[in-house]
Design a protein around this ligand. Sequence first.
Ligand SMILES: [Zn+2]
Length: 230
Amino acid sequence: MKLKADLHIHSVYSDGRDPPSVIIQQAMAKGFSVISISDHNTFEGSMKAIRLLPKSGVDLLVIPGSEVRTDKGDVLVYCEHPFETPFRLLDLVDKAHENNCLVVPAHPFDLFRLGIGEAVYSVRGWDAIEVWNASSTRKSNKRALEVARELGLPGLANSDAHVAEQIGSAYTIIEAGDLSVGEVMESIRKGMVQPHFGSRGVKATFKWLEWSLERRIRGVLEGRGSQCLD
Ligand SMILES: [Zn+2]
């Protein structure tokens, strides 16, 4: 079966605007079969979404995921079962694989948003590369695509949505035997994926700008500064 997937979405559990319930609704309305709510340094967004989904009658799979900020930059981790994620990149990769998880560098050449850049070459055993991030520049995505080809790694395309309107602005079609976390992760490992490139539309960009501004103003008012994770 061909599954439409967006595996990089943020919720209120990090710097996203929407709760997992809204993300689920949007993903289903847009015809997605697989999502991961990959909040910064926590699996909580995905775990909450999994708890919200009915046990049967819903054709949406949520893969537990997190975008981990390592000492070298941001890395997406997908797992059947969440684990304590180390800060050092090489430790994260080892521990993720011990736990049968996938490790994927997020927007690796978007250095303004803490992609890991050339450190992509320091790791043996990436399971895939995020070759297209709808919130990144074309130039950084192009470089990620080239590196994926050079290293012979599967490429994922994701929205990196921080507001639900952005979900699906880029996505990946995954060919899998069934709609289960284990099967979908195995298909990614085998490269049975087709990334679909896209960018935020006008409405989604407006909503994202509105949310970015609100988040920064709130940060300043609450004394956290204007720093954000993205
Ligand atoms: Zn992200």
